[in-house]
Design a protein around this ligand. Structure first.
Ligand SMILES: NC(=O)c1ccc[n+]([C@@H]2O[C@H](COP(=O)([O-])OP(=O)(O)OC[C@H]3O[C@@H](n4cnc5c(N)ncnc54)[C@H](OP(=O)(O)O)[C@@H]3O)[C@@H](O)[C@H]2O)c1
Length: 432
């Protein structure tokens, strides 16, 4: 049975960037192609008097979003508060327990409590939809969950954090230092005042874990994701990688390996003609690979009021189509504990090393000797002028070798104080 032609009564919890954007889009629903009508009945936020850019006086106000979720006047709770725990989780749980549909943009909640929340939704046969939680306006959750159910997925990867992509793109474009570009990103609204979750890779990890759960029928388990951020990348690393015709991108990926699924986020070198290399600024991109389709690539805006509200709206439109299906694709009881912690020591590949040499004679030869002793062979290298600092920037690309060998060499380099800073060790993506 569908609800087409009916009116769904919404309670919107959270009226910030996304909540405000959603209220504005709902005002324009006559221009959309919804199967029925949406009526906002109630709202909740912390501050009742803050100007939201839309008139909220006509809606019932709740100080407590859990009270909103329990209101009998509401069919659907739209959770746009955020945070993995606290009021967002309590609101979603209260709504699901009372059999109400939930639409949320909250990746932290789904990534960290996906199993229990999905099980709760299934128990109460309630909708739990979260398209906006991954890659903003790119309709990737529904694509992987439904449209691509006929694909045996081998890998899902992409650029899932617009803040990091903006910072890395700007560091390449301007040559400015990480801190300078981060400050500019904050001024322009591309980065939060507390950017930790973004630049540490945590936000991309939440998103890739959600994709992994859906694409591989795996239980989301955040502790199993291997995460490295962009906060140690130097502008000189980006510039020297560029001289080798590589871009540095924060790549999030989930793939099958040795009978399990591995999930990781790290800054990676990709060749300039790789599909992710030309995804710049705050854009996101997702690549889905599998049999019998090969590779599909999706790009688009991954955040912001409009794009995220549009994704929420897509979920609201889905509610008219019929009864709830399991939030993570398969019923939660059938999800396999597939995701296992990566054993980085067994990683093979080619690597990039960026560093500044210590200002003393013979350091370059000593460094290459340490690499050779550890069995790491150099493919290419660049040494730049030391300038006034006396610490010459270098960049080395290795031939394929175990990551552990490079780490052994760099541990010796640190003991011998051969570099003026802590070297950056990045994987090179060799797949086209
Ligand atoms: N921003 C994006 O581009 C984007 C993209 C994708 C997904 N998301 C996700 O969407 C969600 C919302 O993000 P946002 O950027 O819109 O956040 P935001 O601008 O910080 O808005 C959060 C809203 O929640 C309200 N709130 C906070 N604590 C509350 C409480 N205890 N009770 C009631 N209301 C409370 C705030 O009220 P006040 O306004 O009164 O302070 C505010 O209206 C998050 O899960 C985020 O990860 C955001």
């Amino acid at each position: 049975m569908t609800s087409a032609g009916k009116t769904l009564r919404l309670g919107v919890a959270g009226l910030g960037t996304v909540g405000g954007g959603l209220l504005k889009l709902i005002e324009r629903q006559a221009e959309l192609r919804l199967p029925g009508k949406l009526e906002v009945v109630a709202v909740s936020a912390r501050n009742k008097t803050r100007n939201r850019g839309v008139d909220i006086s006509k809606f019932k106000w709740f100080d407590d979003p859990v009270e909103l979720a329990l209101s009998p006047d509401i069919d659907v709770v739209v959770e746009l508060v955020g945070g993995s725990d606290g009021p967002a989780k309590r609101t979603v749980e209260a709504a699901l327990r009372s059999g109400k549909a939930v639409v949320s943009a909250n990746k932290a909640l789904i990534a960290e409590h996906g199993m229990e929340i999905a099980a709760l939704a299934e128990k109460h046969e309630a909708h739990l939809l979260f398209e906006a939680a991954v890659a903003g306006a790119i309709p990737i959750v529904r694509a992987v969950k439904n449209s691509l159910s006929g694909v045996i997925v081998s890998r899902v990867s992409g650029i899932l954090n617009g803040t990091c992509n903006y910072i890395l793109s700007e560091m390449l474009r301007t040559g400015a230092a990480y801190e300078t570009v981060l400050a500019e990103a904050q001024r322009l609204g591309y980065a939060e005042s507390d950017p930790f979750l973004d630049v540490s890779g945590g936000d991309a990890a939440h998103k890739v874990l959600i994709l992994a759960a859906i694409a591989f029928g795996a239980q989301p388990d955040f502790a199993q994701v291997q995460v490295e951020g962009i906060d140690r990348i130097e502008a000189i690393d980006i510039a020297l990688a560029n001289k080798f015709d590589y871009r540095i991108k924060l790549v999030a990926e989930a793939f099958r390996a040795n009978g399990s699924v591995r999930c990781r986020v790290a800054p990676v070198l990709v060749k300039s003609d790789h599909p992710l290399a030309s995804v710049n600024g705050a854009l996101n991109a997702v690549m889905v690979e599998g049999e019998p389709v090969g590779r599909l690539t999706f790009t688009g805006p991954g955040a912001g009021a409009g794009p995220t509200a549009a994704a929420v709206m897509g979920d609201l439109a889905r509610l008219f189509e019929g009864p709830a299906t399991p939030p993570l694709g398969k019923p939660s009881r059938n999800l396999a504990p597939l995701i296992t912690a990566a054993d980085g020591t067994t990683d093979q590949g080619s690597f990039f090393i960026g560093a500044r040499l210590a200002d003393k004679p013979g350091t370059f030869a000593a460094l290459t000797e340490q690499l050779g002793d550890a069995g790491v062979s150099i493919d290419k290298l660049i040494q730049e002028s030391a300038g006034d600092s006396g610490a010459a920037p270098i960049a080395i690309l290795t031939h394929p070798c175990p990551r552990s060998a490079v780490e052994t060499a760099l541990a010796r380099v640190a003991e011998l104080k051969l570099t003026a800073d802590t070297p950056r060790l990045l994987r090179i993506e060799t797949r086209a």
